[in-house]
Design a protein around this ligand. Sequence first.
Ligand code: HEC
Length: 158
Amino acid sequence: MLKKILLGLAAALLILQFFQIDKTNPEYDATQDFMNMYPPSEEVAQILKVACYDCHSYETKYPWYTYTQPFGWWIDDHIDHGRSELNFSEFGTYSPRRADHKLEEGIEYTETEEMPLPSYTWGHSEARLTWEQRELLINWFAELRPIVYPDSLKNADS
Ligand code: HEC
């Protein structure tokens, strides 16, 4: 009986492997990319690349375990959701107000350690940011806020 159940499970798991996620990155206009529009220091660029861009851009790198289901689906969902909330590859298409708001959220999420997602740093040790790295990123976002949306500081007063 148990043997049959285990065999059944193994067969089901095997079948799942045929349903692979789409690992092609969509085409996009690189001139609208956050880092191309506002070139950061090399250190900040590195932080964004290793800790944020896999879920918040069209430059996603898919590790080997995204080929194994159901992990692949779970990760794909994070990428879809992450991009829909904030896509650095399309940053230039955001209205000034929206861009400013995303930076504000970026500061908050980096400060509270909600980002990068803790589940992401299990498999990506390079994305476990030190406080020094978090501060660099936060300062960069803060510096850009009045540049992307000059009214942002005015609104803060009123
Ligand atoms: C493993 C994928 C993943 C990584 C890596 C990641 N994020 Fe996210 N991010 C998400 C998902 C999923 C959401 C939407 C769910 C939520 O808000 O928790 C999100 C939401 C956000 C939001 C909220 C946007 C809004 O308007 O509500 C911000 C800001 C953000 N992430 C910034 C970052 C920054 C900055 C980094 C790098 C330091 C980062 N994220 C790394 C997946 C990721």
